[in-house]
Ligand binder design. Structure first.
Ligand SMILES: Cc1ncc(COP(=O)(O)O)c(C=O)c1O
Length: 393
């Protein structure tokens, strides 16, 4: 916008909504690419895989044969049934389809969950470092995110013990992501149970973000849906199913909240995307799942290459990530400030990574998030470039 143009006064809450540093990195990366540089992108939260072909084919078929009207605000009944069936087959957990709410990505599921449960000034406990949008959703609603610093000693996760310590008179909710962004760590089923029990004891709610489920290596994540109907679970077609741009996710909610969530969803979104829902019906077929499992194995191969490679450069990875596609690497032995380091790695080595600053206030300057969203050959090239840069400095 022209600096001289009059600007509208924005709401006070905007003072608490920070931009993503990763977007700044991306803008810089694009301008380098515009100058003909080959930039290796390890900053963005999506792998290089395209949406599985059977899902794309299902979308094409649906466009030819189905009316693309609004669907129910809760989602297509067949998709809600299919998601319930997935809980049965993958986890052995019974979730009635009536408790499955299909949403515009897990982002909408998170907004709906916070929206129906939080009053202004209510507090939500969150791990720091953590996924930044959560605190911004909470702020948008006039509620208060309470960041709890976490480190390697709790595998960067908010434990029941930490949540108890930080639970105050205004705390209404504790939120955990497993596997987590940016650290790729999981909570154990025992910890999930402890968190659910604590929330119950305190008259609050546990909200579990399971959007990286399916992308775990050497371990299968258990869903917190099995801990009781009162645990809210968020998931998505974005990551495991590789449908980021289709904008589709879901929320499991207690039966008693479904009508309220439906009312809010009707008002905020009317319905999730019809074509994306028809496409997603093909996600749970053996053919699609076989493609996804091969990709999971490939991500694991990348992870097994990159963790020791980063360590050989002088980064520390105190907890080896078991899920998602991120490594939260401690760079304190290499540089005093991860923000400056990320800029140097981009401008001098042409590798884009995300500085810790995006994920909270707890030691961000010590950390970089590196996403293994590129094939091993590209990761090798990235490591070679960073090695050269570090040897020069
Ligand atoms: C932990 C976590 N939760 C939620 C989201 C939102 O994803 P989507 O709205 O695409 O489902 C992301 C995206 O990166 C994430 O990392």
């Amino acid at each position: 916008m022209d600096d001289a143009a009059p600007s509208l006064r924005s709401a006070a809450r905007m003072a608490h909504i920070e931009p993503f540093e990763v977007m700044e990195i991306q803008t810089l990366a694009r301008s380098l690419e515009g100058q003909g540089r080959d930039v290796i992108h390890l900053e963005i939260g999506e792998p290089d895989f395209r949406t599985p072909q059977p899902v794309v084919d299902a979308a094409k078929r649906a466009l030819d044969t189905q009316p693309m009207f609004y669907t129910s605000a809760l989602g297509l009944p067949a998709l809600r049934e299919a998601i319930a069936g997935f809980y049965r087959s993958r986890y052995g957990v019974e979730v009635p389809a009536s408790r499955v709410i299909v949403t515009a990505g897990s982002s909408a599921a998170l907004l709906l969950a916070f929206g129906v449960l939080l009053d202004p000034d209510d507090e939500v406990l969150l791990a720091d470092p953590g996924y930044p949008c959560n605190r911004h959703f909470i702020r948008t609603l006039g509620a208060v995110p309470r960041a709890v610093p976490v480190g390697p000693e709790s595998r960067y996760q908010l434990t029941a013990g930490l949540a108890r310590e930080h639970w105050g008179p205004k705390t209404r909710m504790v939120m955990v992501a497993s596997p987590a962004n940016p650290t790729g760590t999981l909570v154990t089923p025992q910890e999930a149970r402890g968190l659910a029990q604590l929330a119950r004891e305190k008259g609050g709610t546990l909200l579990m973000d399971e959007i990286y489920h399916g992308l775990t290596y050497g371990i299968d994540a258990q869903t917190a849906a099995g801990e009781g109907e009162d645990v809210l679970v968020v998931n998505s077609f974005s990551k495991y199913f590789q449908m980021t741009g289709w904008r589709l996710g879901w929320l499991l909610a207690p039966a008693g909240l479904v009508r309220k969530i439906e009312t809010l969803a009707q008002n905020l979104f009317i319905s999730p995307s019809a074509v994306a829902q028809h496409a997603a019906l093909a996600c749970f077929t053996p053919e699609t799942l076989a493609i996804l499992e091969r990709r999971r194995a490939e991500l694991d191969e990348r992870r097994r290459y990159l963790v020791p490679a980063l360590e050989s450069l002088g980064f520390k990875v105190p907890v080896v990530p078991q899920g998602a596609f991120y490594i939260y690497a401690d760079c304190s032995a290499i540089a005093a400030d991860s923000f400056t380091l990320a800029r140097r790695i981009l401008t001098e080595a042409h590798v884009a990574v995300t500085p810790g600053k995006d994920f909270g206030a707890h030691q961000p300057q010590r950390h970089l998030r590196i996403a293994y969203t590129q094939p091993v050959a590209r990761l090798e090239e990235a490591v070679a470039r960073i090695r050269k840069l570090l040897e020069r400095s």
